[in-house]
Every structure is written in C-alpha cells, then in structure tokens.
Design a protein around this ligand. Sequence first.
Ligand code: BV8
Length: 261
Amino acid sequence: MRQSCVNDAPPVIPAPLVSALRAARFVAALTGAGVSAESGVPTFRDAQTGLWAQFDPLELATPAAFARNPKRVWDWYAMRRERVGRVTPNPAHVALAVLERHAPEFLLITQNVDGLHQRAGSRRVVELHGNITRVCCSRDGTPAEHWEDTDAAAPPRCATCGAFLRPDVVWFEEMLPQDALAAAEDAASRCDILLVVGTSAGVYPAAALPTLARRHGAQVVEINTETTPLSAQADYALRGKAGIVLPTLVAAVWSASAPPA
Ligand code: BV8
C-alpha cells in the first residue's frame, strides 16, 4: 500500500498500520542516509561537491583507496567528520527516539556513521557501518582518543605502533562487525514490524534485512522520498521526507498515550 505526501504535507497513515504498530510487541527500524538528509548531511549518493566532486564515494570508502592514498581518504573523512559536528538531529531522528520509548521492544539498526540517532536520544542503536566520529589504528583497530593532524602528506599515526590512523567505519569489501550484524539479523528475524527509512536498499548485507524480516512474518514499512528496489516488497510504502512522515506516524499511533515511564 503506497501513501504519498505531496509538497511536504504530512501523509495519511493507513489505519491498519496504526493498529499494527499499536499492537506490535517488537518494532525495529533500519535507517540510511536519507534519515540525516534534513539535518544537512548529504546522502551517500548525493553528488559530491567541491574538492570531492571528482571522486565517487565507492572509490574512496575502500581499503584499496586508503592503501593507495591514505592522506586523501583521511582528509575526506576529516571533512565529513567536521561537517557532522556542525549539524543537529532532525525530527526524523527525534521521532525514532520517541518510538523507542513506546514500543515494548525496539532496536534501531543504522547504516549511517554520523551518530545523529544517539544525539537525538536513541539508546537501542546498532551501527552496522561504524561511526565517523571515532578513529582507530589502521593496523589493529585500537581506538584513538586524540590525534594531531599536522602532516600535510600523511594521516596521523597510532601512538602505540606508528601505523596510520583511520576512521572507525566499515569500508566496502570489509566485513561488518559480527556483533552488530548478528544483533541486526536477530532483530529482523524477531520483529513484528520493520520500518525501513531513507535507504536506497542497495548496500549489502544491510539491504538483505527487510527480506529476512518478511521471511519471518514481519510487516515491512518503507519511508522514502523515492521508489527503491525494496518498495515492491514492502507492505506499506510511505512516500515522503522522513522528517515529516516519521513524526506524523508516531503521533498517529501514540499521540493519545504518554510514553511509559
Ligand atoms: C561486505 C561506511 C563481505 C563508510 C558504508 C555485488 C552484489 C551485492 C553485494 C556486493 C557486490 N559486490 C560487493 C558487494 C558487497 C558490498 C555492497 O553491497 N556493494 C554494493 C555497492 C553493491 N558490501 C560490502 O562491501 C560490505 N561488506 O559485504 O563484506 C565482502 C568482503 C569482500 C568482498 C565483498 C564482500 C560493506 C558495506 C559497508 C560500506 N560502508 N558506509 C562511509 O560512510 O564512508 S556504506 C554507505 O553507503 C552507507 O553507510 C550506506 O550504507 C550506503 C549508502 O546507502 P544509503 O544509506 O541507502 O544512502 P543512499 O544515498 O544510497 O540513499 C539515500 C536514500 O534516502 C535514497 O533512497 C533517497 O531516496 C532517500 N532519501 C533522501 N532524502 C530523504 C530520503 N528518504 C527520506 N527522507 C528524506 N529526506
């Protein structure tokens, strides 16, 4: 069932979906870059701007790119880290934090690396692809709390072993953190409803989670401004901006009831 909001008007949330969310024991959410778009964080597929316009993210976010030109990759992440530090969560992030307080069981599975869900108050968060605000040793993953980015030709180095530091994110062709993926797959297998918000559903294994949820009997609700490869298999496709649709959905389902203490 498709619902659209035209010109940012809040969508009508289908009554069966309202009832299903009220009755749901376990609600899970899978988010992508679209949930941070209204905070001013460019989506992964947005055209890169300025110095980075000539690069495809798929060619920067890889171990080979880092091995080939560590300073270029380090600087791309430093620019994105600085940008993320300047933005704030939007109503979509806040709505998911409110939803967490209402649902008997809830898990937020994010592909995003910007940390905005936690800044909006979400506590049950699984970061499938790491977090751009964290930095670690490129040799053994040891977290680095402080670093001096003073060398114009190379990334900062690990204070312990001298290897280059790197962003604590999962690059393409790197394995996801096993504990994060296991928690996400468990939630997809057990949830009653999976909200899939602001993702082009094209990066695996995250993109396989909605299929896993449906296979285990969950209803899948897609919230996106556009149609994606997931849209056809979603039980509900709410077309519109996450910052408008999610608050509307949460209000329609739980407005009458205060969140449990
Ligand atoms: C792995 C961190 C094993 C870094 C990221 C061939 C077929 C299938 C799979 C593969 C294949 N070849 C290789 C693979 C595996 C590969 C993959 O899936 N590739 C894709 C490109 C085909 N996956 C991997 O490599 C993963 N690891 O599989 O390990 C392995 C080992 C060796 C070799 C092969 C496999 C690791 C994947 C993790 C990569 N790291 N991020 C960084 O951020 O720099 S992924 C990165 O891109 C994001 O984290 C995110 O996950 C993804 C972008 O997706 P979205 O979040 O969906 O963003 P996007 O811009 O695409 O879409 C935004 C959506 O929002 C749009 O739909 C838009 O309409 C919507 N929208 C916009 N505004 C709004 C909105 N919606 C609502 N409201 C709005 N306001």
